[in-house]
Design a protein around this ligand. Structure first.
Ligand code: NAD
Length: 355
């Protein structure tokens, strides 16, 4: 039986980079004997144009049936005037909601040949950093009620978390740590926030189920500083929605180009969703110059987290390292002495490096 991968390329550079990710997955599937079946669907502006809705029922159905979802990007100026519920972003927001995707995993990895693209000094990065940030996606300030103006001159956001919401994302972090260096930093504001104090209690409770993983608590503001001062101290960082939003973006800048960073969103159901952290990049769409490595590395995450094939995932990551070490660069990574290639050629090079 084959694994079913729902492929939702979306808009702008989404289809260009997703095509390369599928090409690499097909190659790695052949090499490792992993049977993969790809089913393509419409999402975002492309879906709106074809069906009148950014997340048509058939796409949702496809995503629900799948073992994993490979997502490109959505959005574009031409849809900016649409009412909120029809805008392309509803494609991804709707999928997160409908599939209860509650844990966002973002690796922050610096690649040796690209260390110069990081804003941090080489002596801080050393051989490079390899951090996994796990962000809670469904609770906290962004969703808590009441929200808005509750009385004349008084506007509120409510930070609310159930114990279950906190526990399940902590489990994701501890399980991920077991596949890595077995260290979890839980970032909170337990000095001032009640939800953080509860988060800290539950982190202690969940940690007892993982005696082989070390847990440290860190205030989120200190964590933001430590990411810049000494990023190599971190293995897995787990945190709530708002702190995670900020810390993941900070992490992204450490790694250099946005075109390199994949992410995974895991949910309570079967399928997890994998998407590059970049958007649809309308400024370069259709030119064949988008960096496909973030999308390709999404494929590696898919192999690791959804198909439990760390061997195949590591092969894809090694192939990416190899093409970078050989000096191939898309224009966003332009560097003296390197060869500039387009989206398709970069994908082909990764396939070739897979052997
Ligand atoms: P963006 O990430 O699309 O682009 C920011 C800059 O990075 C641009 O200069 C772009 O050319 C460059 N860039 C992005 N990805 C690249 C890649 N793979 N290779 C080379 N360069 C790359 O962000 P934006 O410009 O703020 O947003 C553009 C559209 O994307 C908007 O409609 C926005 O709503 C949407 N968006 C979608 C998602 C998503 O689908 N999850 C996420 C963010 C933004």
């Amino acid at each position: 039986m084959s694994y079913r991968i729902a492929v939702l390329p979306g808009d702008g550079i989404g289809p260009e980079v997703t095509r390369e990710a599928v090409k690499v997955l097909e190659a790695v599937g052949r090499r490792f004997g992993i049977p993969l079946e790809f089913e393509w669907g419409l999402v975002g502006g492309a879906a709106y144009e074809a069906t009148g809705h950014p997340l048509p029922p058939e796409t949702l159905e496809l995503a629900r049936r799948a073992d994993a979802i490979l997502f490109g990007a959505v959005g574009g100026d031409q849809w900016d005037q649409l009412p909120l519920e029809l805008r392309p972003e509803q494609g991804i927001l709707g999928l997160r909601k409908e599939l209860d995707l509650y844990a966002n995993l973002r690796p922050v990895i610096t690649y040796k040949p690209l260390l110069h693209t990081s804003p941090l000094r080489p002596e801080i990065l050393g051989d490079g950093v390899d951090i996994l940030i796990v962000r809670e996606l469904t609770g906290g300030l962004y969703f808590g009620q009441p929200k808005g103006q509750v009385a004349p001159g008084l506007t509120v956001d409510t930070c609310a978390y159930t114990d279950d919401q906190i526990r399940r994302v902590l489990h994701v972090a501890f399980q991920a740590a077991r596949k890595r260096r077995r260290q979890v930093v839980s970032a909170d504001k337990a000095n001032v926030m009640a939800t953080s104090r509860r988060w800290r209690e539950l982190a202690e409770e969940v940690a007892r189920e993982y005696p082989d993983v070390e847990l440290r608590h860190m205030y989120a503001d200190n964590c933001a500083m430590q990411l810049i001062r000494n990023p190599r101290q971190f293995d897995v960082i787990v945190t709530e929605n708002t702190f995670g939003d900020i810390l993941t973006d900070e992490g992204a800048t450490l790694a250099g180009s946005i075109g390199l960073l994949p992410s995974a969103s895991l949910g309570s159901g079967r399928a997890a969703l994998y998407e590059p952290i970049h958007g649809s990049a309308p400024d370069i769409a259709g030119k064949g110059i988008a960096n496909p490595l973030a999308a390709i590395l999404c494929g590696a995450m898919l192999l690791r987290y959804s198909l439990d094939r760390p061997d195949a995932a590591a092969a894809v990551e090694a192939a990416v390292q190899e093409v970078l070490a050989r000096g191939l660069r898309t224009p966003d990574l332009r560097q003296e002495g390197c060869r500039i290639v387009g989206t398709q050629e970069m994908g082909d090079a990764v396939v070739a490096a897979l052997g």
